[in-house]
Design a binder for this molecule. Structure first.
Ligand SMILES: Nc1nc2c(ncn2[C@@H]2O[C@H](COP(=O)(O)OP(=O)(O)OP(=O)(O)O)[C@@H](O)[C@H]2O)c(=O)[nH]1
Ligand SMILES: [Mg+2]
Length: 477
């Protein structure tokens, strides 16, 4: 489907949605300049009603994509100047929303902004709803739904990497990728339908059936690959969970405080000081992290408390990065060692082994334990020694874990759910084609898949889902 067809398909949703809308597009708060956007069929008329250009002209008479100095005035009294501004005039269709647009660069003052918006409303605009600019851009066929969601992701990106990926998606990379999947399925459907035509020919069976099987598998592999990135990408988007795990009294809370740079967790000599996990978010080197201090693994009467072990494993499981802390001034008990080894083996990729209490004066017992002598870091959390090196190791690990995502796009829950459905249908087709290909059945499912994919890119979508997507936006986007 080309852009024009998309426009026609979606145009009915636009129905009475061509009225000018107005909103502040820059964040509220300090800053010299703010930007107010008016878009819609009557945007230029609305702007003219509140504009007094220095040139004495009207925006309606001026060429598109030009900037004009002037004043915003009250529509009821044109001598009442609200602010000295610049008007950026952009006519359809070469605008973000695809509709006539006037952007006003005003001074960033709460009262000025409110007055300008009020004046625009008096002149015939209405206040934009959350995400409405982007919704219009979508409805006018300027962007597809995946790109619209990516704009939302850009606004809310928590890590630099996530931002880069969102930007890539705004430019259309997942959409292009999905177009490939769609093309694959269309061609597969072509094979299936062609097979109807050659139903009586002897040669047909083998060639067509094998081609259909191979193509189904190929598409299935592609979908699985995209899906495989989901877990990772979710973390890129939401920030990185770093869990500090270890035996009681190992100095986990002391380390936590050193890493977050404040006395957030209670530190005490008493074993079992931390009873519940404590979380603090922090931002460093372009990455948003959630640092988690956990209750320690505790040994009582020679038995290790089961609950503590389970909790630690659960934290390790849901974390993106595990700092496994060992008190270097004492040996681990045999049971503790089993747990440490288990954690280390299970989470090798995301685990940093930290020996704490490694002041020069302390004999570092554990260093002599060959079983544990593997990529360890030695710190003295209480004196803040080795923290810089540990931070560097954390950054390095994050880089390793997330820096090499193969896909330049982001997925959200909606994408993931649909991809799962597409995958299971393809798996079903693959399975049912193992013996002989049931052409009618396969054709039916493939058509269903095409519909699902168009649901993903929003080219065939119900208003319900639309509203869900756009409601996540802030007003002015
Ligand atoms: N010598 C020395 N003592 C430390 C160091 N880091 C922490 N401690 C001490 O070890 C004790 C336990 O510290 P915490 O940070 O409360 O240990 P924790 O692992 O959080 O303990 P729980 O919450 O009980 O599991 C305290 O007395 C700390 O002062 C260190 O680098 N060197
Ligand atoms: Mg603690």
């Amino acid at each position: 489907m080309n852009q024009k067809q998309i426009l026609l398909t979606n145009r009915h949703l636009l129905a009475d949605d061509s009225q000018a809308i107005v909103a502040l597009c820059t964040p509220r708060g300090s800053g010299a300049i703010s930007l107010i956007r008016i878009t819609g069929d009557n945007a230029v008329a609305v702007a003219d009603a509140i504009a007094r250009l220095s040139s004495g002209k009207s925006l309606a008479d001026l060429p598109s994509h030009t900037i004009h100095h002037g004043y915003v005035v009250a529509p009821s009294n044109r001598t009442d100047i609200i602010d000295e501004v610049l008007f950026l005039l952009m006519r359809a269709p070469k605008t973000f929303t695809g509709q006539d647009t006037v952007e006003i660069t005003a001074h960033n003052n709460h009262f000025i902004i409110e007055k300008i918006i009020d004046s625009a409303v008096t002149a015939g605009a209405r206040i934009a709803r959350s995400g409405e600019f982007t919704k219009r851009a979508f409805l006018m066929g300027k962007i597809d739904l995946v790109q619209a969601e990516a704009i939302n992701d850009v606004i809310h990106a928590q890590t630099e990497l996530a931002l880069k990926q969102s930007m890539a998606q705004v430019q259309g990379s997942l959409s292009q990728y999905l177009a490939t999947v769609e093309a694959d399925i269309v061609s597969l459907l072509g094979y299936v339908e062609a097979s109807f035509e050659f139903l009586d020919e002897e040669q047909r069976d083998l060639d067509f059936d094998n081609a259909i099987r191979a193509r189904t598998q190929k598409t299935l592999d592609l979908i699985s690959t995209i899906k495989g990135h989901f877990a990772q990408q979710k973390q890129v988007k939401e920030g990185v969970r770093v869990a500090i795990i270890g035996t009681v009294n190992a100095g986990k809370s002391t380390l936590f405080n050193a890493l977050v740079g404040k006395e957030r967790a209670i530190v005490a000599d008493l074993a079992g000081t931390t009873r519940d996990s404590i979380e603090t978010s922090l931002y460093r080197h372009g990455t948003f992290m959630l640092m988690i201090d956990t209750a320690g693994i505790r040994q009582t009467n020679d038995v290790i408390e089961q609950k503590g072990i389970e909790r630690s494993f659960a934290e390790a499981e849901s974390a993106d990065l595990v700092l496994l802390v060992q008190d270097a001034t004492r040996h681990l008990s045999a049971q503790e060692e089993t747990i440490y080894t288990d954690l280390k083996n299970r989470y090798a990729d995301k685990l940093i082994y930290v020996f704490n209490k490694c002041e020069a004066t302390v004999e570092v017992l554990s260093l002599h334990n060959p079983a544990l002598a593997y990529s360890t870091l030695h710190i003295a959390a209480k004196e803040r020694r080795g923290i810089t090196q540990l931070e560097a190791a954390i950054d390095q690990k994050i880089q390793n874990l997330f820096g090499q995502l193969k896909s330049p796009y982001l997925l959200n829950q909606r994408h993931f759910k649909l991809l799962t459905e597409i995958e299971s249908t393809l798996a079903f087709i693959a399975k049912s084609c193992q013996a002989s290909v049931q052409y009618e059945l396969v054709a039916y499912h493939l058509k269903d898949l095409l519909e699902k994919i168009s649901e993903l890119t929003g080219r065939n979508i119900t208003e319900n889902i639309l509203d869900m997507v756009f409601n996540e936006f802030c007003v002015g986007k």
